[in-house]
Design a protein around this ligand. Structure first.
Ligand code: SDX
Length: 378
């Protein structure tokens, strides 16, 4: 038994093998099954990307049609589930709602614990199909509106926006959302994906693994950062105020949300794609000031912290993009989760295919040979 060294935060530790995402942090490269993320965001769709991640190859036309049909067959919630969502506190945070409801789906599954590969695929498809319906229904109820039933003639992106707003989105908005879903779908062994793998490695159930992953993603150091970026942009009153605001945070050694990454020491390629989208959408929707502030922040951060390898990550420009699409701020991280359900599920399938229980060790740094002191002598 080799005595391994302690790597805080498992930094640099290889804890799994995957065929889904390749990341070169020094060069800022991301590929899904070898295909550059920029090619996928330009030419693919979220549905095709999910098939790619789960089957490790692009689908034929008929395969994509069949997969899309099976996903759409899972848009509708189980009977009685809407009543359940209606009872949730209207002021509950959407990420807590999503985590709760993903977990609750297990109660509406007649065979919740099955985790053979076939069952894992079916349950992953079920959660992926229903999650947008849950989030949209909760948002409608909290606004005092009725839920909008899913429309199986619509794509994943179109359907979510239709259920949220009660009307079909423009082609531009639907495509923008679809690109966001592609860009957020998978990203190696990030914290929430690792969480899903750790849980499923005990041969627990899919719902437990996905619930744990949603819980991890909510954290502000992870998927929660996109909401932190929007709070920051809202806090900065004007373009002139950007420099003192950012310099103040740097001087106080506060982390600037949407920047830095454990793996990327160059600009996250997803940030580059999202920046183009944010710029276009900001111009189209009269939010150019928001984009201008973001761009100014990026320039200051480049001047001050690029030398430390701190660059924009996926969360920085996704905030402006989601805002311009018309999403409420507290729905930003749930959007990340809707997409990452694809990656989490793909990693669950990989973990189940040749599983080994995750059980690292902890270095004991406490005392030894301590006598038991009776209560009277303490
Ligand atoms: C995601 O892992 C993934 O793949 C995640 C993700 C995915 O797709 O799943 O890419 C999605 O989670 C993106 C990251 C979103 N989080 C944020 O934007 C929050 C802000 N970023 C930081 O908290 C931080 O950069 C992390 C958490 C993302 C990474 O942190 P590390 O690798 O643990 O690095 P660190 O905190 O040890 O920082 C190293 C140095 C420190 O300075 P020193 O103490 O050495 O002087 O860099 C500094 C940090 O202070 N630093 C920052 C900074 N991030 C790091 N300084 C200012 N602003 C920042 N954002």
């Amino acid at each position: 038994m080799t005595t391994a060294t302690f790597a805080k935060g498992l930094e640099g530790i290889v804890a799994a093998e995957t065929q889904m995402s390749f990341i070169n942090g020094q060069k800022g490269i991301l590929e899904y099954v070898g295909i550059a993320i920029g090619d996928l965001s330009s030419h693919s769709t979220f549905e095709e990307t999910v098939f790619l991640l789960w089957n490790l190859r692009l689908p034929t036309k008929s395969e994509l049609e069949a997969f899309t049909k099976s996903l759409r067959a899972n848009y509708a919630l189980p009977k009685g589930f809407n009543d359940r969502i209606r009872t949730l506190p209207k002021d509950a945070q959407p990420m807590h709602v999503l985590r709760t409801l993903v977990s609750e789906l297990a109660l509406y599954d007649t065979n919740p614990n099955a985790n053979d590969l076939e069952a894992a695929r079916e349950k992953s498809l079920r959660v992926l199909g229903m999650a947008p319906t849950m989030v949209a229904a909760f948002d409608r109820y909290r606004r005092g509106l009725d839920a909008v039933a899913p429309d199986t003639s619509l794509t994943f992106a179109e359907n979510f926006m239709y259920m949220l707003n009660g009307e079909k989105p423009t082609e531009t908005m639907a495509r923008a959302f679809d690109i966001c879903m592609i860009l957020h779908a998978d990203h190696g062994l990030n914290n929430s994906t690792f969480t899903a793998r750790v849980i499923i490695s005990t041969l627990s159930d899919i719902y437990s693994a996905l619930t744990g992953a949603v819980g991890s993603l909510r954290g502000p150091l992870h998927g929660g950062a996109n909401e932190g970026v929007m709070h920051m942009l809202n806090e900065i009153p004007s373009l002139d105020a950007v420099e003192p605001y950012i310099m103040g945070k740097i001087e106080r050694k506060e982390k600037i949300m949407g920047f830095g990454h454990r793996v990327y020491k160059a600009k996250d390629p997803r940030a580059t794609d999202l920046q183009k989208l944010a710029k276009q959408l900001a111009e189209d929707t009269g939010n150019s000031d928001l984009y201008a502030k973001s761009n100014a922040i990026e320039k200051i951060m480049e001047r001050e912290l690029a030398a430390k390898g701190i660059y924009p990550n996926v969360d920085f420009y996704s905030a402006t993009t989601y805002h311009c699409i018309g999403l409420k701020l507290d729905l930003f991280t749930p959007m990340f989760a809707l997409s990452r359900l694809a990656g989490w599920s793909g990693h669950i399938l990989e973990q189940l295919d040749g599983n080994r229980l995750f059980r690292p060790t902890a270095q004991y740094v406490g005392p030894h040979d301590v006598p038991y002191t009776p209560m009277g002598d303490r």
